[in-house]
Write a protein that binds this ligand. Structure first.
Ligand code: SAH
Length: 357
């Protein structure tokens, strides 16, 4: 067992079983050994590759999407561009470079990066050292300083937020917990208390063994974003892997070195994530007083924004790489179908680009 595993086992010995959400938080964010707190997980030599790391086209199209929505809303003053979980800062750097095409948006833009990991914030500072907009950092999303419309992007951020898992048994729903087994290793268990109150009524009846996952922190942050957008204008674009129709089945996964690994055996050494429940996010956006569009599949979304034309232009000046990257982002067997985009806009705004029905 590694050092963080021992700490978690001690914590369980001292104060009892922990929830899956508590385990995820410790494994990802423990200041000394947490996965994100201590490393740069991205890229070919890291554990996983994300859309902005595959191609500059992703960040460029996302940046231009924000500018188009800003334009459609009448070019409101003091726009803010916020990114949640910016990784290496690649998406934002590509977006801001593309936004040189829209100088009146870029000139008034204030950028905020919301990043919990000191290691990644340092990499972002370097990546964005020369951009043409003021950039500030926060460790958690706080809209207090947003004094104009909020344009917000979050790619592969919500999948990293801690989920709770509930398992259906012959006695109803019970929350999955983490305990130590007879040999002292971390193991999954079920809390004895009923968790029926935590599972929406439309999830029952369910077969025994069915797993329901919820991500309260994703719903809370999306509701807060929606409230800000409903009040001040702007738009949010959330891109992640996940599902639209609710499913029964667990999606919590550990990834290390581009391969699936065991969730419990080496906490802090592999990325933990879960598929995003887009329907729950759309509901949270409505609860915040905004309107959600989508989810639409990433392939369809990027195609509607013109990724094919952009790849064509890059290919002429460069190599075949841009076309290969385009295929990775849009092909249904690659990222095109599993990944989805959801947009959040004020209730009276027009459907944003890529989301027209
Ligand atoms: N958006 C980037 C990185 C995705 S990895 C890309 O597409 O390449 C997830 C990112 O979210 C990392 O930057 C990670 O440090 C950050 N993150 C994870 N949980 C977080 C939290 N609770 N608060 C703030 N940032 C978080």
């Amino acid at each position: 067992m590694n050092a963080l595993g021992k700490r978690i086992a001690d914590l369980i010995a001292a104060s009892g079983p922990i929830t899956v959400a508590q385990f995820m938080t410790l494994a990802l964010h423990d200041p000394a050994h947490g996965y994100y707190a201590t490393r740069d997980p991205l890229g070919a030599r890291g554990d996983f590759v994300t859309a902005p790391e595959i191609s500059q086209m992703f960040g460029e199209l996302v940046g231009l999407w924000c500018a188009q929505v800003w334009h459609d809303q009448g070019m409101p003053l003091r726009p803010h561009l916020v990114e949640l979980g910016p990784g290496r800062g690649t998406l934002m750097a590509d977006a801001l470079r593309a936004l040189k095409l829209v100088p009146n948006y870029l000139a008034s833009l204030k950028v905020t990066l919301v990043e919990a990991s000191p290691a990644l914030a340092a990499i972002q500072r370097e990546a964005l050292a020369k951009v043409a907009a003021p950039v500030a950092w926060q460790t958690r999303f706080d809209p207090a300083h947003i004094d104009g419309p909020l344009f917000l992007v979050a790619n592969e951020f919500l999948d990293a937020l801690p989920i709770r898992q509930f398992v259906h048994t012959e006695n109803g729903w019970h929350e999955r917990t983490i305990v130590t087994d007879a040999l002292g290793a971390l193991a999954f268990a079920l809390a004895p208390a009923s968790a029926n109150a935590f599972v929406p009524a439309d999830r029952s009846p369910a077969p025994d063994g069915a797993v329901y996952e919820s991500c309260p922190s994703a719903a809370a942050i999306v509701e807060e974003i929606a409230r800000t957008i409903a009040r001040q204008g702007g738009a949010a674009l959330v891109v992640d892997y996940g599902y639209d129709a609710p499913e029964f089945g667990e999606t919590l996964q550990a990834v290390s070195g581009h391969k699936f690994s065991d969730v419990l055996s080496a906490p802090g050494e592999s990325d933990l994530s879960a598929h995003v429940d887009f329907r729950a996010l759309a509901k949270a956006a409505a609860a915040g007083g905004a309107r959600a569009y989508g989810p639409v599949e990433q392939g369809r979304f990027l195609t509607a924004l013109g990724i094919a034309e952009r790849a064509e232009r890059l290919t002429r000046s460069d190599s075949e790489d841009a076309k290969r990257a385009r295929d990775r982002l849009v092909h249904p067997d690659q990222m095109g179908r599993l990944f989805k985009a959801l947009a959040i806009v004020p209730p009276t705004a027009a459907p944003p680009p890529g989301f027209s029905q």
